[in-house]
Design a protein around this ligand. Structure first.
Ligand SMILES: *Cc1c(COP(=O)(O)O)cnc(C)c1O
Length: 466
């Protein structure tokens, strides 16, 4: 399987190159040359597979000769051994025709663990084989950073730099990153928004000299491997519903950077009988607006109760555009130039119509988020995190219209303890892995949103001799 950039970079890349580089050299995102489609026989055959078996099957369709089957099996089993639930992504019923896919049983209690655990083990193997050391930089709205710190800490061939928006994430999210106490990890609180952090990362990658001097690599959701690994739980959820082939289910996905939703779309393209991917946003509703009006325009980021979704540039949307613009990189570049110069662009009506065959959307205010958290606690004793509540609230409209919907439970409520406790007027217990975090000393550097500063830190780290 070979990969191209959405912006037309010459030549193809292997899975291992795509895994290591994160972003393409031309600023685009990597996409596979083609998506393998599964026939009905295969989809039926997989229905009794464990989570790990599904993961091996799906990843191996895309990973070429990067790993042998037995290596991939080792990676997958090791990755999920630390999850607290046997099914890894169990499905629970919320109401008639509405289910919650619990994606918060990993070590840092958010769905980001599913991909990050696997990616870290993939990096460890490939780097060891090549006797290579790398520097990884990642922007986070809170959960990617904690998952990455947990997965990469003390890995000998990797340094990890995490940028998060100062005072715009929850206390527990912050402490999960700042208390790692590992010499290969540096955490920066950037005085700005997530979009500022992401923009620094993109500019670091555009600095060709830096990229080659320090072997710079990225694990944001723009890294293809993360998207791929996340498709597995869509399959797992589908099989848990025990649907008869031919019936269709929609997935409702609390969305920020459009990585998770795009993973669902990929599962659909592979042949999983998904009706719609419903994109649920908070007040940072750029995607809901583009689906409804055709205009993709980023606003100021507003700070909401669901900080992991406080994003106004949904980077992975570029992958969908590439697909729908007949894989024409020139057209993608045109739109991305407009985004860079004018802060937005218009998507052709025909293309929006096509998008709406696979997607739907809705946006939720903080007030409705709080109401929804209360509603499901009182009716079902289910405690939702604010992000999951947004998905559940949007899904309800589709459930009421007669669809079967699986809503993605993207994080554990305890990660957003203050918000959930004030919504419910109760105190919620802190799970063990978080108790540990709260007691430790924090190590973090507050910086202005300056790419140069981060570049210097990476260059100066004791790690940059290869
Ligand atoms: C990252 C995250 C999201 C958004 O996922 P994207 O892939 O960026 O769209 C939603 N909820 C939680 C809890 C997250 O951590």
């Amino acid at each position: 399987m070979l990969y191209h950039s959405t912006r037309g970079l010459d030549g193809s890349r292997s899975f291992s190159e795509v895994l290591h580089s994160g972003l393409a050299e031309d600023g685009g995102l990597f996409v596979p040359e083609s998506v393998p489609t599964l026939n009905r026989g295969t989809i039926d055959e997989w229905k009794h597979y464990s989570y790990e078996e599904l993961a091996v099957e799906i990843i191996s369709l895309f990973s070429g000769d990067c790993f042998s089957r037995s290596e991939l099996t080792d990676i997958v089993y090791q990755s999920y051994s630390g999850f607290q639930h046997e099914i890894k992504s169990p499905l629970t019923k919320l109401e008639e025709n509405h289910f919650l896919l619990e994606l918060f049983h990993g070590p840092t209690l958010a769905f980001k663990d599913f991909a990050m655990q696997v990616i870290a083990k993939m990096f460890a193997r490939t780097l060891q084989k090549k006797n290579l050391k790398i520097n990884i930089v990642t922007a986070t709205s809170g959960d990617t950073g904690s998952a990455a710190v947990e997965a990469f800490k003390n890995l000998s061939n990797v340094n990890l730099y995490v940028l998060y928006p100062h005072e715009r994430i929850s206390q527990i999210q912050r402490m999960q990153m700042t208390t790692a106490n590992a010499t290969n990890i540096k955490v920066f609180a950037v005085q700005g928004t997530f979009d500022d952090c992401q923009s620094i990362v993109k500019r670091l990658f555009a600095d060709k000299e830096l990229v080659s001097d320090v072997n710079l690599s990225g694990v944001n959701s723009i890294n293809w491997a993360r998207i791929l690994i996340q498709t597995v739980y869509y399959f797992s959820a589908f099989y848990q519903l025990k649907f008869v082939y031919g019936e269709k289910v929609s997935f409702c996905v609390p969305t920020g950077n459009f990585g998770d939703a795009y993973a669902g779309y990929l599962a659909k393209k592979m042949g999983l009988p998904i009706n719609k991917i419903i994109v649920a946003t908070n007040e940072n509703d750029i995607l809901d607006r583009v689906f409804k009006t055709g205009t993709y325009k980023s606003d100021q980021v507003s700070q909401t109760l669901s900080p992991s979704m406080d994003i106004q540039v949904a980077s992975n949307f570029e992958r969908l555009l590439f697909d729908l613009l007949n894989k024409d990189p020139k057209k993608v570049c045109e739109l991305m130039n407009k985004l860079a110069k004018k802060g937005g662009f218009n998507v052709d009506k025909k293309i929006i119509k096509q998008i709406l065959k696979d997607f739907d959307s809705g946006a939720v205010t903080d007030k409705d988020t709080v109401t929804t958290i209360g509603q499901f606690y009182h009716s079902r004793e289910v405690i939702l995190c604010p992000h999951s509540a947004i998905g559940v609230r949007v899904a309800q409209d589709f459930v009421n219209a007669g669809e079967t919907v699986i809503s993605l439970g993207t994080a554990h409520p305890a990660k957003f303890k203050d918000t959930v406790e004030s919504a419910l007027n109760i105190s919620i217990p802190i799970p063990l892995p978080l108790k540990d975090v709260i007691k430790k000393n924090e190590n973090v550097k507050v910086i202005s949103p300056d790419k140069g500063l981060v570049a210097e830190e990476i260059r100066n780290s004791k790690f940059t001799t290869y």
